[in-house]
Every structure is written in structure tokens, then in C-alpha cells.
Write a protein that binds this ligand. Structure first.
Ligand code: ZN
Length: 496
């Protein structure tokens, strides 16, 4: 067995591509195959072919997502099907994750927890209806790790709803309806463990340029460019030497008589990208193409240079929009209704990858907070309250090595920018985050995605060779960021 992952993709039958999405995001070494390989760890979705028993018997480690009563030829502890909203992933510091999925429940010992009776008070010492998310079955010389939750498939789900954006804040927004980042974190934790079980370290590429602890960037949805807000945003961007990315919407900006002058001033020190022509979502591929072209022609007529980067109006992303963006040459898109709080990634849809890089951001924004307070008859939030919320979110993300990517609108964040933005930047910098921008980080991720490296195993040593090396990209071995000079790495497995 060799130190890489395999993903079993059957010639026929269902295949979400969720494992591919995750391992590509991690930038670990993996191979997709419809047959047995010599990979140390192989991932399966819902099926466990006959050859896999021999593979595990000889020392392979299998991870099976979305198992059910018919997956295995041994008694795996299957109980029933269930409709579940939440699973507990505290074992890997991911807290509770919303999955809203149909699952299979297995009894046994394992990691993570789900319950058939959500929101029930626990009485006494009895905990009826609690079961593990991940179960472990030693088999021959190897191990089968399995889950009745379709974890890899959940990573690819579309759908948004109004709900709390994080456990840290009492704040809701219309965000991705399932917690893909948390599910991905749990899968990654268990896959790392599987690689260790096989006797190898887990090798991946680090998430931020130059080995930085994290990356901070702020984007502005240009749903109208209120003069005061824009002036203040430009001022603080210059003062902090940072670049906001302004996604500009045609429908909500075109009647502004000073628009051209404002966009010119913004583009001198900040970045401009597309927030569509219509401030709404289109279903069909053709309507999305027309909208993107209309926006492009309008920007060209104004003579404003802009980045091929996008944010969907109202966060309402869909696969047809993504396909249209890719075909029109867009490199990235940032859509909180599709993905929040995660590293950038290439979304899979039913096993296919047809859309640009997704750059998830945090769902928290001052706009929603102000409007909600207004609806409830409360005062506007104070600058101090907003700054504290941002600091709390920054701390929580840093605990998990996540990026610090935020967004808001000129007419709302603009009101507070002078008071709090420089302090936000200082706070993120003081914690070791690289102060960057969405375009730089998105393009870095594309470079990282294209970076090739190889792992081999000889005489008790694992050799790592990194090719096409961008000097900002770092290898990461079991969470340890390796020296920039280390293009060839030899790891003595006896010492592990
Ligand atoms: Zn908008």
C-alpha cells in the first residue's frame, strides 16, 4: 500500500464527487478509480464492492460514507432510516452541524453523535436514541470506517435558508442550508486518522500564502454606491493599505449620476468585480449568460476595468449560474447562500466539476443587523458592538485555521468603516493573519490547485517531491507547515 488516497467511482450508480471536492481542496494526493488501487486509504460512497473485503483484509483502510443496510456482508449494526437535522461533531472541534438529510442509523461505538429525538431533554442517566456518526470495524489486517450519514454527498448540496450564521453569535442570514465546512472538517479528521492507521503521515498543501496563519479580506456588495459610505471606505482602505473588492450591480447603480466618477476613484486603490446586471437570481443557463454579458457591456461602456470575479445577488447561487460564469471566463465567485466559512474550493455537482472556484465568506453583515434592529424597533448597533462581533468571529475562525473573509454594503458598513475597520485589520494582523484581498487569495488558490507533488515510500522513509513550485505555497505534514526550501522531504516513518 502506498501513501495516497483512492476514491472509488463505480462505472454505474450514484457518485456525488464530494470526496474529490474535499481532497482537491485539501490538495492531498488522491486518485479516482473504478477498481482496486494500491492506495493506503480508499473512500467509498454507499457501496462496498467485493474486492474491497480482500483489500481491507490485506491491510487497506476503507472509509465508507452513506452506508445502509445492504452495503456490507457483515452485521454492521444497521437499525433504521431517519430524517435528521443536526449531528454533533464536537470530537473534531466542529460543534453541531446542520445536515437536514435522510440517513441510515447504525448502533455501536464510534465518533460524533446523532439522535433520533432532537431537542429532547435528557432525563437521568438514560440517553435513549443516541448513535455514533462514524463507526469502526477492524477487518483482517485493515479497518473499515463507515457512516450512515451521506457525508461526502452533503458537501455538494445546493440550498439556502434563514438561520444562525455561527454558534458564536445570535445572528441570522439566508445562508447555505447545510454546514458543509463542518462536515468537511469531520471527514478530513477521520481521513487523517485513516492515513495514520495505515502508518503514514497526512500530507497536504497549506491554505495560506507564505505559511501565514490565516488570510483577512473584505468585500463590498455594491447595491448602490452611497457617496458618504464610498468616500469613507476609500479613505480607510488607503489608511490601512488594503483593497476592498467592490462587486458592482448594474440595476442598483446605473441611475447614479456620479457613478462613473465614483467607480474611477474606487478602482484607483481598490478592486472592482461583478454583482450581476439584475439584482436577482436567474434559473436557466441562457438567462445567466445574458445577464453576465449585459453587465460586462455596461462596465465596458463606462470604461471601468474589472476583475472576472463574481458575487451572486442575494447570495442566490445555482449550478447554471456557475456554468455560465465559467464559460464567460470568470475565475471565482463568492456566494454565502451556497457556502460559508470555508476554504475556497471547486464545487462538484453529481460527480461533475463545471463551475469556477467558490470563495466562501462569513454570513455575518452589518446590513442585516441594522435592518433587523429596525424591524424590532431597536437602536442601531454601536460601532463597539460590531467590532466585538468581528473580533469574536476572527478568534473562532483562527481556532480552526479558517480564512477571515467578510462582506457588507457601502451604505451600511460604510457608516462604521472609519470607526472600526482599521482596528479589524490590526486585530487580524496581530493574530498572524496575512492582510490580503479576495482576488489575490482566489488567484493564489488557483496556483495552489495547479501545484503538483508526489509521494513515495521506500526503506521505511516517505519521500515528498514538490514540482511547479510557487514560492508562496507550503507543504503541510500532519498540520506542520514545512520550510519553504523543503522541496524534497524525507520522512522517517520509524520515528513517527
Ligand atoms: Zn446585493
Amino acid at each position: 500500500m502506498n501513501p495516497y488516497f483512492a476514491i472509488y467511482k463505480p462505472e454505474r450508480g450514484s457518485y456525488s464527487g464530494g470526496f474529490e471536492q474535499l481532497l482537491r481542496q485539501e490538495k492531498t494526493v488522491y486518485k479516482v478509480s473504478d477498481e482496486r488501487t494500491d492506495a493506503a486509504v480508499t473512500c467509498f460512497e454507499g457501496v462496498f464492492p467485493q474486492w474491497a473485503y480482500e483489500y481491507v483484509g490485506q491491510g487497506g483502510i476503507a472509509f465508507v460514507s452513506g452506508a445502509d443496510s445492504r452495503t456490507f456482508d457483515f452485521d454492521a449494526g444497521y437499525l433504521c432510516k431517519a430524517g435528521i437535522e443536526w449531528i454533533d461533531l464536537s470530537f473534531c472541534n466542529a460543534g453541531r452541524a446542520r445536515i437536514s438529510s435522510g440517513i441510515s442509523v447504525f448502533a455501536g461505538q464510534g465518533k460524533g453523535e446523532l439522535t433520533l429525538h432532537e431537542f429532547r431533554t435528557i432525563k437521568g442517566k438514560h440517553r435513549p436514541g443516541f448513535y455514533p456518526v462514524f463507526l469502526y470495524k477492524p477487518y483482517g489486517k485493515g479497518l473499515i470506517i463507515y457512516s450512515g450519514v451521506p457525508l461526502s454527498e452533503i458537501l455538494t448540496y445546493e440550498g439556502s435558508t434563514l438561520r444562525n450564521t455561527s454558534e458564536a453569535l445570535d445572528f441570522d442570514e439566508r445562508i447555505s442550508s447545510v454546514d458543509k465546512q463542518k462536515v468537511g472538517r469531520a471527514l478530513k479528521t477521520v481521513l487523517m486518522e485513516a492515513m495514520h492507521e495505515a502508518g503514514y503521515p497526512y500530507v497536504s498543501l497549506w491554505y495560506f500564502p507564505d505559511g501565514a496563519r490565516s488570510g483577512f479580506a473584505y468585500s463590498i456588495d455594491g447595491d448602490g454606491l452611497l457617496s458618504q459610505g464610498v468616500d469613507d471606505l476609500i479613505e480607510v482602505s488607503q489608511k490601512t493599505d488594503t483593497k476592498f473588492l467592490f462587486y458592482i450591480n448594474k440595476q442598483l447603480c446605473e441611475d447614479d449620476p456620479d457613478l462613473k466618477e465614483k467607480l474611477k476613484r474606487i478602482s484607483e486603490t481598490n478592486l472592482i468585480a461583478s454583482h450581476a446586471a439584475l439584482h436577482n437570481a436567474h434559473n436557466s443557463y441562457e438567462d445567466n449568460i445574458r445577464d453576465i454579458e449585459e453587465h460586462e457591456e455596461w462596465m465596458n461602456s463606462l470604461g471601468i476595468p474589472f476583475e472576472k470575479s463574481f458575487a451572486s445577488p442575494r447570495g442566490m447561487y445555482c449550478q447554471n449560474l456557475g456554468r455560465a460564469l465559467k464559460d464567460k471566463g470568470f475565475r471565482h465567485t463568492r456566494d454565502f447562500g451556497y457556502a460559508i466559512d470555508d476554504y475556497p474550493y471547486y464545487p462538484m455537482n453529481d460527480g461533475k466539476q463545471e463551475v469556477p472556484l467558490q470563495i466562501p465568506c462569513d454570513g455575518f453583515n452589518v446590513c442585516r443587523w441594522m435592518l433587523r434592529n429596525e424591524e424590532l424597533g431597536l437602536d442601531k448597533p454601536s460601532g463597539e458592538q460590531i467590532l466585538n462581533a468581528y473580533k469574536l468571529l476572527i478568534d473562532k475562525k483562527l481556532e480552526q485555521d479558517l480564512p477571515l473573509l467578510f462582506f457588507c454594503h457601502p451604505q451600511y458598513f460604510g457608516l462604521y468603516a472609519k470607526e472600526i475597520y482599521p482596528q479589524m485589520v490590526d486585530y487580524a494582523r496581530s493574530k498572524g493573519a496575512l492582510i490580503t484581498d479576495y482576488i489575490f487569495y482566489g488567484d493564489f488558490w488557483i496556483e495552489r490547485d495547479g501545484c503538483e507533488y508526489y509521494l513515495s515510500f521506500e526503506d521505511g522513509k516517505m519521500q515528498v517531491e514538490l514540482l511547479n513550485k510557487d514560492p508562496r505555497i507550503r507543504l503541510c505534514v500532519d498540520g506542520k507547515i514545512c520550510d519553504p526550501e523543503t522541496v524534497h522531504l524525507s520522512i522517517d516513518l520509524q520515528d513517527e
